[in-house]
Design a protein around this ligand. Structure first.
Ligand SMILES: NC(=O)C1=CN([C@@H]2O[C@H](COP(=O)(O)OP(=O)(O)OC[C@H]3O[C@@H](n4cnc5c(N)ncnc54)[C@H](O)[C@@H]3O)[C@@H](O)[C@H]2O)[C@@H](O)CC1
Ligand SMILES: [K+]
Length: 528
């Protein structure tokens, strides 16, 4: 499913009106109907008192339609308008005039205190205060109304996006509604899917409000959900070399978890041959935990990291590989960092850079830009800041655009790790990954991701598809682990252990008549 930013949605609305003649009143009617469907599916409307809190933009207009549907369905809507209704324009104005003629209970308020009784006595709240037109932080009585809605403990349905969440970033602009359900219109907005906005919205539903597929599946929309991967089938007569040869250049004294998790994830996610080039002295420790890995002991620096004298041998070793992963636990030793910078443009195989490898190339990104074979970078927010020279705040203020620009500039696939990781491609496309959970914010989790991506290259996927698919599977393994063990004590080992189950589930999903996981990660579509 495609995702839209606020400007794209505005253009889609305009095109629906101007090109197809689906007039604004129809769009608003469809939006209100879809929201009403979700509301009425959760309760029998007869006699229910529903507080519909409206701003005076089109989001408020959608709220007025919902109020009319509640009335028509036998419920008791109480409409609260937070500003002078003379401000309603277009379709919202039309709908205000209709509910006035219907004699619905409408109150215009400018102090939040007067909401006390309404909130106490209602069965649910419809939040139609702000949608994608939010332009500034929420203050004054708007802020207080939102706080009171959140404290009321009543079921809340947000229209389009929880009021107070920024449509392009998911940031909370001062204060935001916490909803149990959100029905978003046209397509999900970026702010519906990125944290903290995603978390504010509860269960997310989408209605295409009668847009034709030509609009909501348009090639011009460059952001999409990260779908479950299409795993290549395993050749029954294959040998281990058929599922890829991956070289992991990883580890330093005291960093033997990272190389272990990285190379082991490759094997657990279906890869064939995992080779680990690590400092000589840590190899016995890693080998004790995973003897399935093939080891290539490296000469060490004084600090116990990989020395630069290994460069020529590493280039040779990397030559026949399907994928090279460089970075996990390499340390910040100056000599090793320089070695990474020397190897990056020289390696002919697809290359994944992670952790200390990213820190190394961030000092001089030309080595990445020069590469012809595919490059994947898997930074967390801090490493992304290093890569771009921007602060974490600047990146969080517009993560999608920062990611897009950096991926295009470097000609690399970038997986920006976090809750709902983002995958940016060199052609400007961006995907939002929905699998995973907070329990995965644990040491070694990122190392498991690197091996998972490499394994999908080993299975025969393109590095681009593997970066996206690996991110999905890694999150799904974390979700399966959380299902069984809870999020609190989850470790990288649990994610590793559940990788085979994640692959199995994805393969079974393809042939199953009752898809389960697909639904778990899909956004339900409401007809209207
Ligand atoms: N044709 C369309 O454009 C459609 C739009 N729809 C709805 O329209 C919404 C967008 O409508 P609008 O662009 O009118 O915007 P909104 O309804 O989101 O809100 C804009 C209004 O709020 C004010 N405002 C913004 N930030 C504020 C703040 N912090 N404090 C106080 N006031 C603030 C603005 O000045 C403006 O009056 C969508 O989210 C969706 O719900 C749907 O009806 C479907 C069709
Ligand atoms: K809203």
């Amino acid at each position: 499913m495609k995702i839209s930013n606020v400007n794209e949605m505005r253009r889609m609305d305009q095109k629906a009106v101007q090109h197809y003649g689906i007039v604004e009143e129809m769009l608003m009617e469809n939006a209100g109907l879809a929201a009403y469907r979700v509301l009425s599916a959760s309760m029998n409307m007869a006699g229910k008192r529903i507080l519909v809190v409206c701003g005076i933009g089109n989001n408020g207009g959608d709220g007025l339609v919902v109020a009319r549907k509640i009335h028509s369905g036998g419920g008791d809507p109480r409409v609260i308008i937070l500003s002078d209704p003379a401000g309603y324009k277009g379709a919202a104005g039309t709908n205000f005039s209709i509910i006035s003629r219907l004699g619905l209970n409408v109150r215009v308020i400018d102090d939040a205190g007067s909401l006390h009784d309404d909130l106490c006595c209602c069965d649910a709240v419809v939040d139609a205060i702000f949608g994608t037109g939010l332009t500034r932080p929420v203050e004054g009585h708007y802020r207080e109304v939102i706080q009171r809605i959140n404290r009321s403990g009543k079921p809340v349905l947000s229209l389009d996006i929880p009021s107070g969440v920024a449509g392009d970033t998911g940031r909370i602009m001062g204060e935001a509604v916490r909803a149990g359900d959100t029905v978003t219109f046209g397509l999900p907005k970026v702010g519906n899917l990125l944290y903290p906005g995603y978390d504010q919205g509860g269960r997310l539903h989408v209605s295409h409000i009668s847009f034709p597929p030509a609009l909501y599946q348009s090639e011009a929309l460059t952001i999409a959900l990260n779908d479950m991967p299409n795993l290549p089938s395993r050749d029954p007569v294959a040998h281990k070399g058929s599922f890829g040869n991956a070289l992991f250049i990883a580890g330093a004294a005291a960093y033997f978890g990272a190389p272990y998790f990285s190379a082991s994830a490759f094997l657990k996610a279906g890869g064939g041959y995992a080779r680990l080039a690590a400092p000589r002295s840590i190899i016995p420790v890693v080998a004790q935990k995973a003897s399935e890995i093939v080891f290539h002991p490296q000469v060490e620096t004084a600090s116990g990291s990989i020395a630069s004298t290994n460069e020529t041998a590493l280039r040779e070793l990397a030559r026949p590989m399907d994928m090279v992963v460089m970075g996990p636990g390499l340390s910040l030793d100056r000599e090793t960092q320089a070695l990474v910078r020397a190897l990056t443009p020289a390696l002919g195989a697809p290359l994944l850079l992670d952790g200390d490898g990213i820190t190394a190339v961030a000092e001089d990104l030309d080595g990445v830009r020069q590469r012809k074979p595919p490059t994947i970078l898997t930074p967390h927010l801090g490493e992304m800041a290093r890569l771009t020279g921007k602060t974490i705040d600047t990146i969080s203020a517009d993560p999608i655009e920062m990611l897009r620009r950096t991926a295009m500039d470097l000609g690399a696939v970038i997986v920006l790790k976090g809750p709902h990781s983002l995958i940016g491609f060199p052609d400007g496309r961006v995907r939002i990954n929905m699998s995973g959970n907070a329990g995965m914010a644990t040491a070694g989790s990122g190392d498991v991701l690197t091996g998972t991506i490499a394994a999908l290259v080993g299975l025969g996927m393109s590095p681009e598809a593997a970066a996206a698919g690996g991110t999905f599977l890694h999150g799904m393994a974390g979700d399966l682990a959380a299902d069984q063990k809870g999020q609190d004590g989850m470790t990288a080992r649990d994610i590793l252990d559940f990788l085979p189950m994640a692959l199995k589930a994805v393969r079974e999903e393809k042939t199953s008549s009752q898809p389960f996981y697909g639904d778990r990660y899909r956004i339900p579509v409401v007809d209207a």
